[in-house]
Design a protein around this ligand. Sequence first.
Ligand code: SAH
Ligand code: SF4
Ligand code: F3S
Length: 440
Amino acid sequence: MTPSKRIHIITFGCQMNEHDSQRIFQLLYPAYEPTDNPADADLILLNTCSIREKAENKVYSMAGRFRKLKEQKKDLILGIGGCVAQQEGERLLQKLPYVDLVFGPQTLYNLPSLLQEAEKGHRVCRTELRQDFHIPTLTTHTPNAHPFQRFITIMQGCDNFCSYCVVPYVRGREISRPMEDILAEVKEAVRQGVKEVTLLGQNVNSYGKKEGRSNFAQLLRAVADCGVERLRFMTSHPKDLTEELMRCFVEIHCLCEHLHLPVQSGSTRILKAMNRRYTREEYIGKVHRLRELCPEISLTTDLIVGFPSETEEDFQETLSLLQEVQYEQLFVFNYSPRPFTTAARLPHQLPLELKTARLTQIVEMQHEISRKRHERLLGKTVEVLVDGVSSKDISEMAGRTRGNHVVNFKTADDLTGQTINITITEAFCHSLRGELQIKG
Ligand code: SAH
Ligand code: SF4
Ligand code: F3S
C-alpha cells in the first residue's frame, strides 16, 4: 500500500471557512492525512477570507512564506481557496508564480480531480459559481475531526446584498440544502459521539425560503429529534427573525439560549444606506419580544463603525442601542471598502483615525456592559460542556455554558467532552470562573 500524502490547511475568516476546511480534509482522506506541520506537507492550502482589507493582505504575506518551502520541496503543491480566490481567480496565478492551484467555495468539491491536474504539473484555476450547485453530503470521519462538536452547513451564499459586503459576490446566491441531506449528516455526527451541533449559513433563518420547502424552525425541530445534546446556529439576519423562530428557544430543549444577531448600526439612516432592511425600532422590538419569551437568552452582535457618511449623531445612536440592548459580547469592525460593493463607491468615506476612535469607544463601553451581564450569573449553577484545558491557565479547564459564556474552573480530572454543573464565583468581561459541583 502506498503511504498517504499529507495535507496542511491554513484557514482565515468565518465558521463557514473553518467548516469548508474540514470538508476538504473529508474529501481527500485517506489519500491525504492531515498534518499540523507545513514542513511535513505534500499539499498546503490557504482557505482565504475577503471580508475586510487586512484579511486579503494576510493571504499574500502567508503565500510568500511558503515560497521557500516550495523551492526546497519540488513536489509540494500550494493552493489558494476560499473567498479571496473566488474574488481574484486567475490574477492570483499571475501574481504568485509559485502557486499551483486556485479554487473557490463551490469548486472545492472538485479538489480530487483538480489535484490530479496539479500533480501533472499544470497550474489550475477553477472558480465558477453555479446556481444549480448541490452541496454534497459528506460523513467521512477524519482523524482531526472534533470529537464532540460539529459544524453542519445548511445553506450557502447570500441574497441580501448589504451595501458594504463582499459575501454575495464571492459565495454566490443562497442555496439551501435538502433537509434529508442535513439530517443524514446530523445523525452520523451523533452516532460518532458528537454532543453539540452548530448549523451554519450566512443567513440561516432564510433557510428553505427560496426553495419553498421546510422553513428554518421546522429544520431545527427535525435536527433536535436526531438526539443532539446541544444545538446552535450561525448567523441570523434580524429581518428574518420570525415569531416562530423565537418560540423555538422555548420549545426546543436542546436549542441553546444564545442568538448572534448582527445589528451593524444603531442609526436607521445608516441601516438604510447599508441595505439592512430593518429600522432601529424594529430591531429593538424583536429583542424585547425575544427576551419576553426567553428571559435568559444571551445576545451577541456585529457592528460596523465609520460606514460612509456616518455622523457623530449616527454613532451616538449606536452607543445608545448598545446601552438599550445590553449584549453579552460584540464584534466591532472598522468599515472597509470592498470590491464590487455599492458602499465602496459612496462619497464621504471616513478617515481611519475617526473610525478607530469610534471603535475604541465601543470596545470600552462594551467591556463594562459585558462585565455587568456576566455578574448576573454570580452564585448561579450553570450547565457547562467542557472544551479542554484553559488557554489562559493550564491548571484549569474551560467550557461553555448554553448561553455561550466561557467558564474556567479547577479540577484534578480531565473532563473534556463532559457536560457538568458549575457554580459561578467570579465574573470578568470575557469569561467567568466557577466551582465544579460534584454530582450527588
Ligand atoms: N452573514 C452574516 C455575517 C457576515 S460577515 C450576517 O449578515 O450577519 C461578518 C461581519 O463582518 C458582518 O456582520 C459585519 O459586521 C462585518 N463586515 C462585513 N463586511 C464588512 C466591511 N466591508 N467592513 C467592515 N466590516 C464588515
Ligand atoms: Fe453580507 Fe449582509 Fe449577506 Fe451578511 S446578510 S453575508 S452582511 S450581504
Ligand atoms: Fe470571509 Fe468568506 Fe466568510 S469573505 S467571512 S470567509 S464567507
